[in-house]
Design a protein around this ligand. Structure first.
Ligand SMILES: Cc1ncc(COP(=O)(O)O)c(C=O)c1O
Length: 405
């Protein structure tokens, strides 16, 4: 059982609002230990890195430890594979411009119509430079991206396949390891959006076999920053965007360096997850093991949390869930979207908002998916995205309000 009152006590923001926060895929609350990480850096060693005096050495130590902890979180082989930047959108844009320098006109990139624009627009824009974009279309009946469709698109000109681990609309977990294998068999690389996955399940970029993978820390209990993982041999082929004389990876991709205090904040978020693992299982010595325990607790708890909501939405005659109708933690995370037969998604969300429920409607920048599903006129979907600090009472309150609506 998750110790919910302990968990909630780790998120000071929860005590400063009367709204029930159910839009966590938009942005999660920041953990106290992430706030402390930022604060401690700024108050204890806010100097420039790289000098020989003690405070500067301390600052280097903290930033380096943070980079290494992020690398462990991702299960990257080495910290050099971990690029930290302002946002996922920023990092994929940077990646697209870098990869373009190694590609030829006529080379092909495959994108999906399920993805958030962070893994679409930057690739679509390369059409201006002669890159051919192919579209891996979702089956609008099953809401699945089918491997058979992908196989039809892959060819010897394919350089990259861009897809999402979990859609921020569907909440369904995609079989990335299987997809990566298919992509690699055709000699291409795979770039995966993990933004909607990382707050709910532990990542393992090596087990997934991905070439590039990114997610945002402000949705994962940390500050407004993001990470892009790139396999070392892949990053080595890219020129970099920093000063000409800077050859080190990942510094080559972090012009002006990382934001020191925010990377320490990210380390704080990782410490929160570590403590969560320890708190619930007496702890293990390794960071990775504790992260694993933390995420197991999160996955079990979130499945219980979302079960009654899915049940309510599924059995209500005027409501249609968009995507999976199961609560099984192996198939979905705690994000669910739906539409109402007669009310627009805007109506539903706004009426719930008036009752103090922080849910949201729209396309959530999964613009192509909402258009493909023909849901634009309905103002997109209503999305409820739970985090492990939400309580069963909050979910009951939502169900009650939706029922009255
Ligand atoms: C699934 C998904 N991918 C990418 C992004 C973009 O992240 P960022 O705001 O860090 O650019 C978001 C943000 O909402 C998202 O939900």
């Amino acid at each position: 059982m998750l110790d919910l009152s302990w968990v909630r006590s780790q998120f000071p923001g929860l005590g400063h609002t009367t709204d029930v926060l159910l839009d966590n895929a938009g942005g999660s609350q920041i953990s106290q230990s992430a706030i402390s990480g930022i604060n401690d850096f700024l108050t204890q060693c806010n100097v420039q890195l790289g000098a020989d005096y003690g405070t500067s050495k301390e600052a280097v130590k903290r930033v380096t430890q943070a980079q290494s902890a992020i690398s462990t979180w991702l299960n990257a082989k080495q910290s050099e594979e971990v690029i930290v930047g302002a946002s996922s959108t920023w990092l994929t844009r940077m990646l697209s411009l870098q990869l373009m320098k190694t590609w030829q006109p006529g080379d092909e990139v495959i994108i999906t119509d399920v993805d958030h624009e962070a893994n679409r627009s930057c690739w679509l824009d390369l059409q201006d430079q002669g890159i051919v974009i192919k579209h891996w279309r979702v089956n609008t009946e099953t809401h699945e991206l089918e491997i058979s469709e992908l196989n039809k698109l892959l060819c010897d000109k394919t350089r990259l396949v861009c897809c999402t681990h979990v859609s921020n609309i569907y909440g369904h977990i995609n079989p990335i390891a299987d997809w990566a294998e298919v992509v690699h068999n055709h000699g291409a690389d795979i770039c995966v959006d993990g933004v909607a996955y990382a707050p709910h399940r532990l990542l393992d970029v090596q087990a997934l076999g991905v070439d590039y993978y990114f997610f945002s820390f402000y949705k994962t209990f940390g500050p407004h920053q993001a990470v892009l993982y790139g396999k070392h041999e892949n990053l080595q082929r890219l020129p970099g965007i920093n000063h000409r004389f800077i050859k080190d990876t990942p510094y080559r991709f972090q012009p002006g360096n990382v934001n020191y205090e925010l990377i320490c904040g990210i380390h704080g978020a990782i410490r929160y997850l570590l403590t969560l693992g320890r708190h619930h299982n007496n702890g293990h010595s390794s960071l990775r093991e504790n992260l694993n325990l933390a995420y197991n607790a999160i996955a079990d708890y979130e499945q219980q949390l979302i079960e009654p909501l899915i049940e309510f939405l599924y059995t209500h005659k005027d409501i249609r869930i968009i995507g999976d109708t199961v609560a099984d933690k192996n198939q979905r995370v705690a994000t669910v979207s739906f539409i109402h037969k007669t009310l627009s998604s805007q109506d539903v969300a706004q009426q719930a908002n008036q009752q103090g429920l922080g849910i949201r409607y729209g396309d959530f920048y999964a613009v192509a998916l909402i258009d493909t599903l023909g849901l634009r006129n309905q103002h997109g979907v209503v999305r409820v995205s739970l985090a492990h600090y939400n309580s069963p009472e909050e979910v009951s309150r939502l169900i009650e309000v939706l029922h009255k609506l």
